[in-house]
Design a protein around this ligand. Structure first.
Ligand SMILES: CC(=O)SCCNC(=O)CCNC(=O)[C@H](O)C(C)(C)COP(=O)(O)OP(=O)(O)OC[C@H]1O[C@@H](n2cnc3c(N)ncnc32)[C@H](O)[C@@H]1OP(=O)(O)O
Length: 430
């Protein structure tokens, strides 16, 4: 009997929740211990049918088993999400998270089995895409995922930035006020809804996100210190931006303040709000460094500063990975920079989205349908995912040998249609 034969991959039942969390913690190299608080919290949102475990019936003794049931040696979970396509249409997404395989059971195909089961269910349910944030780059491409958005973190050397030290608030009647957590819970979700519907690559947030990020819900694994919250209102009194940040308490020997402000999150629905919040953060007395947190790679920040070199990049990385489950609906959900036609041959090892598709695209939307016409561009479904939100270039992928032009110039046509003037961005992790 091979090891695989003894391992059953299936959704958990409710009484198996504690053991599943133990396996999850062990897989992420955290203490496997499950507190009552963690059990209560996770039980409040875990959907057993979409929470997979791998059960090893051949394991004689395991500290991963507290209930006396069959030990769980791998975890995987998905939940419903909306992802904003280019142009602002939200598409139903199968968000994947909590993927672990216990160290003793790695590289036996357990992730592959869990992924196959979950993606098949998502496809059957009618989800247009699957999404995840990849712990490591090499894991998910084989399952048809492509890196679709990037993230950047900057650290700003405030004295070098060249901002006017007399600045005391935004121009043109806008204002910034410090608010408390209760205000954030009141105004934040609506502001975020406006934001994410206008931001390709952004995903929906749950109430739980706001509870965790305003200190209502305290988790064992996330230390909590009450942050500062600042809201930007326009001259008309509209809430247009919100930031959560913290500061350390650091003074140099020569009695100079050397404090660092660390941004937990910042969202804005107008450029005025975004510019004003960055200027505010970089103008607080005593703050000599600002760490921006995860931002869009084309964030306004560096160029809000008179000397943009005062902001240096500390992290630049892929972020949201997308797996297209329904090519027709994905391509029809978005708008396009130009008008044109493209015939794509999409390869998909797992067969979920393979086929030849004709796209008739324009600024108002598109028609897409299977076709027998001659293909102009051949590409893997993972590369189509990287192109879909507009962040990747077909010409660049062709140069890398990943996209093949069946008609000369087809990659340029694809770029003219698919690329966007601002880059997609997902501010959230999940
Ligand atoms: C969305 C999220 O939750 S991201 C978090 C992902 N989890 C982690 O990083 C926690 C630590 N790592 C793990 O738990 C496991 O190593 C996992 C989940 C990444 C992989 O699980 P496994 O069961 O070992 O993967 P599986 O055996 O199905 O591997 C399939 C293929 O992917 C490759 N692979 C798997 N993980 C990795 C990796 N981290 N780096 C490179 N290749 C990998 C395997 O070598 C195998 O290749 P092959 O098809 O050429 O033989």
């Amino acid at each position: 009997m091979t090891p695989r034969d003894t391992i059953d991959v299936r959704p958990i039942t409710e009484p198996e929740t504690r053991d599943w969390i133990r396996a999850l913690n062990a897989g992420f190299l955290r203490s496997p211990e499950v507190s009552e608080r963690e059990l209560a919290d996770r039980s409040s949102y875990l959907v057993p049918e979409r929470t997979l475990g791998a059960f090893d019936g051949d394991l004689p003794h395991s500290r991963l088993r507290s209930s006396g049931g069959t030990p769980i040696v791998a975890t995987f979970r998905s939940f419903p999400q909306e992802l904003t396509a280019v142009g602002g249409t939200p598409v139903p997404a199968n968000a994947i998270t909590n993927v672990t395989v216990t160290a003793t059971h790695r590289r036996r195909g357990l992730l592959t089995r869990m992924m196959a089961a979950d993606l098949a269910a998502a496809k059957a349910r009618g989800d247009v895409v699957a999404t995840l944030i990849a712990a490591e780059y090499p894991i998910y491409g084989r399952y048809g995922f492509g890196p679709a958005t990037c993230t950047t973190q900057w650290t700003v050397d405030v004295p070098r930035a060249g901002l006017d030290p007399r600045w005391s608030g935004p121009p043109a009647g806008g204002r910034i006020d410090l608010v408390d957590a209760e205000d954030v819970r009141r105004i934040g979700p609506e502001l975020h809804e406006r934001f994410r519907r206008a931001q390709p690559g952004a995903v929906s947030r749950t109430d739980r996100w706001w509870q965790i990020n305003t200190g209502v819900l305290r988790l064992d694994r996330v230390p909590w210190t009450e942050p500062f919250y600042a809201v930007y209102r326009s001259a008309a009194g509209e809430v247009e931006g919100l930031v959560s940040y913290e500061s350390d308490d650091n003074w140099g020997d020569a009695k100079q303040p050397l404090n660092t402000a660390e941004v937990n999150w910042l969202i804005a629905v107008t450029p005025e709000a975004e510019r004003a919040l960055w200027q505010y953060l970089c103008s607080i007395d005593w703050i000599t460094r600002v760490k921006t947190g995860w931002r869009a790679p084309d964030d306004l920040l560096p160029h809000v500063l008179p000397d943009p070199r005062a902001a240096h990049i500390t992290t630049q990385s892929d972020w949201l990975w997308v797996r297209i489950l329904d090519v027709v609906r994905a391509l029809e959900a978005r708008t396009y920079a130009g008008t044109g036609t493209l015939v794509l041959e999409v390869a998909d090892r797992d067969g979920l989205s393979a086929g030849r598709y004709r796209l008739d695209a324009g600024p108002a939307g598109a028609d897409c349908a299977p076709t027998t016409q001659r293909a102009e561009l051949t590409l893997d479904v993972s590369d189509l995912a990287a192109l879909w939100l507009g962040d990747e270039s077909a010409v660049r992928l062709a140069a890398l040998g990943r996209v093949r032009e069946e008609r000369e110039g087809a990659a340029s046509v694809a770029d003219a249609l698919l690329r966007t003037s601002r880059r997609p961005w997902c501010p959230d992790t999940f």
